[in-house]
Design a protein around this ligand. Sequence first.
Ligand SMILES: CC1=C(O)/C(=C\N=C2/C=C(C(=O)O)C[C@@H](O)[C@@H]2O)C(COP(=O)(O)O)=CN1
Ligand SMILES: Cc1ncc(COP(=O)(O)O)c(C=O)c1O
Length: 426
Amino acid sequence: MTDTSTNATAPTSNKAAYDGIHTVVAGGVSSNMRARGVVTPLVVESASGCRIRDVEGNELIDANMGYGPHVFGYADREVTDQIADQFGRGHLTGLPHRLDREAAGLVAELVPGVEQLRFANSGTEALMSAVRLARATSGRPLLLTFEGHYHGWSETLLRAPGAEGYRPRPGAAGMIPEAMNHTIQVPWNDAAAVERVFAEYGGELGAVLCEPVLANAGVVPPAPGFLELLRLRTREKGAVLVFDEVITGFRVARGGAQERYGVVPDLTVLSKVMGGGFPVAAFGGSREAMEPLTTYEAFHAGVYAGNHAALRAVAATLTKIRSAPDLYDDLEALGAYAEDRVREAATAAGRPVLFERVGSVLSMALLDEASAVDRAAHRALQSACQRRGVYFHPNPDEPWFLSTAHTEEDIDTIAAVLKESLAQAP
Ligand SMILES: CC1=C(O)/C(=C\N=C2/C=C(C(=O)O)C[C@@H](O)[C@@H]2O)C(COP(=O)(O)O)=CN1
Ligand SMILES: Cc1ncc(COP(=O)(O)O)c(C=O)c1O
């Protein structure tokens, strides 16, 4: 069978391939969130383990790893072979499949706050549906969110940075002016602000939504007691507590952030690691929390939601996670090793960095003399490292995601490239 994946006349330089993409893909990307992902042109040909290969044949160690789904590394045959097999068996019939029970059963077994769930195709879809379910359950439209937390691009969740008072602004052109009329926002980890909101809006709040570990503005763990405060106040006031664990789910612990920090929300949203890189998401909670969907009083749909290939990917990934007793200790150890090496490299180069880590998710940002994040310098550093065979995201808001495919030698290489690039930086 002719391999159509590689076009013989394809450009062989990153720049030519990159420019070619921009002629037919608006903005060169199919996600604005990735528009700043490439400062020096780089077009991927293939990826395996913790490495990507570009169209020029260069091999780079990847610390972005597709923004986090690949906890076992790229092209993990224990997962991809299962997905390929499912395609050969029919992957989308629109009918119940035994994989529904197997995949949902694994999520319910591993995630403390999930007894029942619904599958979706993306985090945005799952969050839209979870917030709508929370509003249906509480009967109150008002939603509390937190500055910097990203919950996809749907109409009532995509917020511009900042807020006027508690009111965020719509985050994209074309959103209706009233899009944020039922959304309020306070700074992350600001317990006093949360108390003020509950004092002022308590009886009106329908839901509180957060990334339990903020990982879309660098990594910012919850302050001690902060998640507990959200749990206490939402219970007191009858608001639904929703954890967006798209990134943290199966990443920071087997049962996600709710297991790591011991705070169980009413609804949980999952994606990324759950499907091992296959497009799939889910939202779930107690039987009681999901009851409006059990009776179909609430609405959720999707032609591709819970398709058999997606659920085979979930079943394969979560079976592997369940049968790897040391996985999270290993990821923690690797993350700690990376933290030590990166801090050493920055110190050796005499450059201040802002560094934060939760398990195998870490963020590093170059600081300027005023200890503010120096985005231009960070982009220049990223380009220099990319030329030396190490890729991480040029936007310091985007974390590094390590995997079991990264070795300590890979981390040493990353640190050495960082140190050399910092030493030569202007
Ligand atoms: C905590 C969190 C997320 O991190 C999240 C998506 N994250 C990302 C989306 C990217 C993109 O659209 O290309 C890349 C990253 O900026 C980011 O990890 C989403 C939306 O998921 P989705 O992109 O699948 O609709 C929801 N919650
Ligand atoms: C005409 C039409 N538009 C939109 C949708 C929604 O698409 P999805 O189910 O993929 O969200 C459907 C699904 O049946 C449809 O038939």
